[in-house]
Unconditional design. Structure first.
Length: 142
C-alpha cells in the first residue's frame, strides 16, 4: 500500500465521483450546500490517481463509474452509496437512508436509469466548479 493511499484512508468518509460528469459535479455541489456543519466528507474524482488507487484497494471493477462511498473501511456503490451519503446531510435528507431496506438490485434500477442519462442531462465538465477554500482542502486530488 502506498503512502498516498494510506493517507487517503485516514480521511474517511470519502466520496469518489465521476469528475468529468457535469451531473456528478452538480451532485457534489448539492451535497456541499446541504452538508452537516461537521463537514466530515472528503472527495476524489474516480479518474484521479487516488480514486484509481482506492478502487483497486477495495477491489472495485475498473469499469465502475458510479459514486463510491468509502466509510469505516468499506466501500458502497451506486444507491448504497447515495443513501448512506444522506446521513452526512442537514434537514430531512438522512430519512432517505431508510430505503437501504429495499434490496440493492431493486434500488439500482432507479440509480442506473439516471446514471445512463447523466451526461445527457448536464454534459461533461473539464474542471470542477468553484469551491471555497475550506471545502477545497477536502478534495484529495486537487
Amino acid at each position: 500500500m502506498t503512502n498516498a493511499l494510506q493517507e487517503a484512508l485516514k480521511h474517511q468518509p470519502i466520496l469518489l465521483f465521476d469528475g468529468e460528469c457535469g451531473f456528478c459535479n452538480k451532485s457534489v455541489q448539492f451535497f456541499l450546500n446541504r452538508e452537516k456543519p461537521s463537514k466530515k466528507m472528503h472527495f476524489a474524482p474516480l479518474e484521479s490517481e487516488i480514486g484509481k488507487a482506492l478502487k483497486a484497494y477495495f477491489e472495485i471493477d475498473e469499469k465502475i463509474d458510479s459514486i463510491i462511498l468509502i466509510r469505516d473501511h468499506s466501500a458502497f456503490i451506486k444507491s448504497c452509496a447515495a443513501l448512506r451519503m444522506t446521513q452526512y446531510m442537514n434537514g430531512l435528507w438522512p430519512l432517505l437512508s431508510i430505503f437501504v431496506i429495499i434490496p440493492p438490485f431493486l434500488r439500482n434500477v432507479v440509480y442506473d436509469f439516471i446514471a445512463k442519462r447523466r451526461r445527457k442531462i448536464i454534459g461533461r465538465v473539464k474542471t470542477c466548479e468553484l469551491i471555497n477554500m475550506e471545502d477545497k482542502k477536502r478534495f484529495l486530488s486537487l
